[in-house]
Design a binder for this molecule. Structure first.
Ligand SMILES: *Cc1c(COP(=O)(O)O)cnc(C)c1O
Length: 463
């Protein structure tokens, strides 16, 4: 066969894609009917598609391209590493320089005594590691009955059998027999959507106390760990009320269960600190990392664990690992990504300049008639679409209808902004400039105007 190129006609690219390529989280037939947008190149925060459109990527790919596109240093490091040592495993009494350096660098960056890293190639794999690691930890400590891991509805921890079970996406659980046994879910701290008549503070405390209730229900001697994203990402950028995490901390400490912070999105500057745990003032025993670890230039993830957990796990043979755990090319690229984040002081710039500016501009969207609340932490934010702000009312139409219409208007206006239900979310590359933030907000506003008109025309602007 002759391979197509980025210069091939879009229709041909779309047809071949539809014929053979199965897309993640996609209704295949629906995509075939619409045709996939073919992204051909990217630079900074800008994507180019096969039609020559320049698109502002307000999602940093999939929450991961923190450094922005087109960083030659990362490509150079990858090429050099491929020639020097493209692959070796770390299973059988062997190691290699990129993996050991990256583990040491992560130990330096991670807070507290999180000093030990188990590598994976993705966030899903890392959370599968965590599941087995936590249960093995308790078994080794002589408490094998401590097996149950508590997580949250609408949390996202990945798409493998283990991590999808840890997650609380009901649509995922409905397919393929998830969740696996030994996982319990509590409700999320989504005040806008579920807070009812409570104040955000009351609601945050109430939702945190569900953890205590769940621990009591399953029996404190059976509770192994609580896993949560410091700020939920894929669930719609749900920023918890300020009372939430302090209460969770109290409960975790009181019952002596492990806390796993899933930092796959929040890590590496996204919230204005190196880790979301720092922004939310929590002290996890384990952190899941992926995405921004390599700015998406290579697939790599991992679990950073405390001295105490490492000491226990190292006391046995942990029968777990991936061929590509600590892959040399991925590790070298991640190290280079961290070097650039540090040397260019990107996390500090986010905290002191870019994030405050984005916050001000992003929150101005609440002046739009379609927008209820705007919540943003660092460089991850969301707005809630509503037909009635005062009552925080959902649309009468099926959830996600208004979100999808708005996303399609964004797409048409060359802005990548995702929708989760009827929330619109942003998570731009950390290197976005003030001028680009202005463009983002202008295009978002324009898209909201068009979405409002379309919703009105379809008679959907009702609660
Ligand atoms: C994306 C994500 C994952 C899964 O990572 P993959 O690399 O897609 O497997 C896990 N946790 C969180 C919080 C994520 O956002």
């Amino acid at each position: 066969m002759t391979l197509l190129t980025p210069n091939s006609p879009t229709a041909e690219l779309q047809a071949l894609d539809a014929a053979h390529h199965m897309h993640p989280f996609t209704h295949g037939q629906g995509l075939r009917d619409k045709g996939a947008r073919v992204i051909t190149r990217a630079e900074g925060v800008w994507l180019t598609d096969s039609e020559g459109n320049r698109i502002l990527d307000a999602m940093a790919g999939l929450w991961c391209v923190n450094l922005g596109y087109g960083r030659r240093e990362l490509a150079d490091v990858a090429a050099r590493q491929m020639m020097e040592l493209p692959f070796y495993n770390t299973f059988f009494q062997t190691t290699h320089v990129p993996a050991l350096n990256l583990a040491a660098k992560l130990a330096e960056l991670a807070p507290g005594d999180l000093n030990h890293v188990f590598f994976a190639s993705s966030g899903s794999e890392a959370n599968d590691t965590n599941l087995r690691l936590v249960r093995t930890y308790w078994a080794e400590k002589g408490q094998p009955e401590r097996q149950v891991i508590i997580s949250r509805w609408n949390g996202y921890h990945g798409s493998s059998v283990g991590s999808g079970s840890l997650g609380g996406m009901k649509g995922m659980h409905a397919q393929g027999g998830l969740p696996i046994p030994g996982i319990a879910h509590i409700d999320q701290p989504d005040w806008w959507g579920e807070g009812g008549e409570m104040t955000p503070e009351e609601f945050g405390r109430a939702r945190a106390r569900q953890l205590e209730e769940k621990i009591r229900e399953i029996g404190p001697e059976k509770a192994a760990a609580f896993i949560a994203e410091p700020v939920q990402g894929a669930g719609g950028v749900i920023v918890p009320p300020e009372t939430y995490w302090p209460e969770i901390r109290r409960i975790v400490d009181e019952y002596g269960i492990l806390l796993i912070a899933d930092e796959v999105i929040c890590g590496f500057g996204r919230t204005g600190n190196w880790f979301g745990s720092q922004t939310m003032d929590i002290r996890p025993d384990i952190m899941t990392i992926a995405k921004g670890l390599s700015s998406g230039y290579q697939p790599i993830g991992g679990s950073i664990v405390s001295d105490e957990i490492a000491a226990v796990i190292n006391g046995t043979e942990f029968n777990h690992g991936y061929t590509y755990s600590g892959h040399p090319v991925a590790s070298a690229v991640a190290l280079e990504n961290l070097r650039i984040l540090e040397e260019e002081q990107i996390v500090e710039t986010v905290r002191t300049r870019t994030a405050p500016y984005l916050k001000e501009r992003f929150e101005s969207l609440t002046a739009h008639p379609l927008v209820g609340e705007a919540r943003i932490v660092g460089m991850m934010g969301s707005i809630a679409l509503t037909p009635d702000k005062a009552r925080r009312a959902p649309f009468a139409a099926e959830a996600g209808t208004a979100g999808l219409i708005t996303r399609e208007r964004c797409f048409a206006n060359n802005l990548v902004m995702r929708h989760v239900g009827d929330r619109m979310i942003v998570s731009p590359p950390l290197v976005i400039s003030q001028g680009e933030i202005d463009t983002l907000i202008e295009r978002a506003w324009q898209s909201l105007d068009e979405a409002q008109a379309e919703l009105a025309a379809q008679g959907l602007l009702t609660a």
